[in-house]
Design a protein around this ligand. Structure first.
Ligand code: ADP
Length: 157
């Protein structure tokens, strides 16, 4: 069994995140999405809301959990083999590379695996989508309908 952990903020989940999970399900025996509780970013959705939105969009065999420690510590304690991260563009690479090597130093047995999303989602980010909704724009090409509705309820006021 090769088990992957996909950690992130998911504030909120986008079609890019879902694309990545779909690809990862073909590579790993199991994929668990882990929502960070200790993110320093100023989130729009609570961790519980983010988990709920993810669960509603993901297939039943993908577990969704919250976590509040270092990703690599959580992954090691829970027995994951790999940390999954998305690489959208060269901008993601620098930070992700640094983090992957740091995590390998801390836990040499856990591999970080990078997957590229479909070209159509390579410029989609949760933060840009939040800006679009704040200004009343249409995000239906970037997030599931349920997520778009939840964002309108939060951000349009
Ligand atoms: P974080 O705060 O950890 O960056 P995000 O929710 O922004 O949390 O992203 C979680 C992971 O998903 C990261 O590896 C990120 O590169 C990846 N990701 C974000 N948006 C996309 C997308 N549109 N397509 C593919 N991967 C993505």
């Amino acid at each position: 069994m090769v088990r992957a952990l996909y950690p992130g903020s998911f504030d909120p989940v986008t079609l890019g995140h879902l694309d990545l999970v779909a690809r990862a399900r073909r590579m790993f025996d199991s994929v668990t999405v882990a929502v960070a509780r200790n993110s320093s970013k100023n989130p729009v959705f609570s961790v519980e809301e983010r988990i709920e939105l993810l669960r509603a969009e993901l297939p039943g065999d993908v577990e969704v959990v919250g976590f509040s420690e270092l990703v690599v510590e959580f992954a090691a304690r829970e027995g994951y083999d790999a940390i999954l991260r998305g690489l959208r563009n060269i901008g993601d690479f620098e930070f992700e590379y640094q983090m992957a090597l740091t995590n390998r130093h801390l836990k040499p047995d856990i591999e970080t695996v990078f997957v590229m999303p479909s070209h159509a989602y390579s410029y989609v980010s949760s933060s840009l989508i939040k800006d679009i909704v704040r200004f009343g724009g249409d995000v239906s090409s970037f997030v599931p309908a349920r997520v778009a509705a939840a964002m309108r309820a939060k951000l349009e006021g």
